[in-house]
Design a protein around this ligand. Structure first.
Ligand SMILES: Cc1cc2nc3c(=O)[nH]c(=O)nc-3n(C[C@H](O)[C@H](O)[C@H](O)COP(=O)(O)O)c2cc1C
Length: 331
């Protein structure tokens, strides 16, 4: 049974205490960022990075940087990059064994190499295959099942409606809509009103995604889209405390939102992320992930490009942290 109130999102039998979801992001939503975000509070559902269905069953979950996970990361949705019917069963079984709280299907990735293989947003152009994939996954698992889409190749309401209805009819429990067309860059203003259209077409919960970096963005997105929940991507790497602020906003209709962390707290959060990288990953896996995170976190500082450059040019995590500490002490 799906139920909606302002602070709870229920779909496919899972009850999220807050309708605030971490977006799947390759290179970013690994164990360290998920833990950082969860420690800051306010997140309702965590997500893995996209996981190739073909490889998932063959990965070692204690060694694979995509699968390592701390027991505190709950609830955690596993996003599958699935486009071959015959790969569904083993991928779903593995996700279940690994303790997935939910499964999400990636139908929106615009990366050319993924599309060339037939995955991500390419699937939105293959409704018949998408229907079969969703039905196959549905048949294989009782876990809550969601998918994440973009708006398509061009604005075409009947076409988008047909696809969304097909997804719902095929057994999906929730749909997340990244409110941009396939070819639109992240800098473009998201089309939240199109999430509102999708919401009207479907009876399953619809989550809005794209361009939410602040409480004001969240309030505007909810007002425009009427979505049942919000999914935050880059905003979680810029402000790992954003979910906490959004949770407060949901509680008081965004009339009042507490200030973010002060300078010292921001520095501590950055260093906590470094510590979590050390806990989660072998040395050769740490620096790249710190660079990716710092690219976003540096936006908190007027001269953040110095922080990003200091990390970018470091040979290892130890050096990067030392340089970052120097920056953070004066920023
Ligand atoms: C670095 C990066 C990696 C991403 N990887 C994925 C992914 O693995 N799966 C997916 O469905 N979307 C992925 N996305 C898209 C995000 O989930 C999200 O839809 C997009 O960033 C818009 O939301 P935002 O404005 O809150 O960041 C990625 C985005 C970024 C920036």
């Amino acid at each position: 049974m799906q139920k909606k109130d302002d602070r709870v999102l229920v779909y496919g039998g899972i009850r999220l205490s807050l309708p605030l979801l971490l977006a799947p992001m390759a290179g970013l939503t690994h164990s360290a960022l998920r833990r950082l975000v969860q420690e800051q509070g306010g997140v309702g559902l965590l997500s893995t990075e996209m996981l190739a269905a073909k490889r998932l069953p063959h990965e070692n979950p204690t060694l694979s940087p995509y699968l390592v996970r701390h027991h505190s990361e709950q609830p955690l949705s596993y996003q599958l990059l699935l486009f071959r019917l015959e790969e569904a069963a083993a991928a779903v079984a593995t996700a279940e064994e690994l303790g997935a709280a939910a499964i999400d299907l990636n139908l929106g990735c615009p990366a050319p190499d993924i599309r060339r293989q037939g995955g991500g947003s390419r699937l939105m152009e293959e409704p018949e295959l998408v229907g079969r994939l969703v039905r196959e996954v549905r048949r294989r698992t009782a876990l809550p099942l969601s998918a994440k889409i973009r708006l398509g190749e061009e604005l075409n309401a009947p076409r988008l409606r047909d696809l969304c209805c097909l997804l719902e009819d095929s057994g999906l429990d929730l749909l997340t809509v990244h409110a941009r067309l396939r070819g639109e860059p992240y800098g473009r203003k998201p089309r939240w009103e199109w999430v509102g259209k999708v919401k009207q077409w479907l009876s399953i919960p619809v989550v809005a995604n794209g361009g939410i970096f602040s409480s004001a963005d969240a309030a505007a997105c909810l007002a425009i889209s009427g979505a049942d929940g919000l999914m935050i991507g880059r905003g979680a790497a810029v402000r790992p405390w954003l979910f906490r602020q959004l949770a407060e906003g949901l509680a008081n209709n965004f009339s009042q939102v507490s200030a973010g962390p002060d300078r010292a707290e921001k520095a501590a959060i950055f260093l906590r992320f470094c510590a979590l990288l050390e806990e989660s990953f072998t040395p050769e896996r740490r620096l790249g992930r710190l660079k990716e995170f710092t690219h976003y976190y540096a936006r908190n500082y007027q001269f953040g490009h110095y922080l990003a450059a200091a990390v970018q040019s470091s040979p290892d995590l130890f050096t990067a942290r030392q340089r970052a500490e120097q920056f953070l002490a004066t920023a």
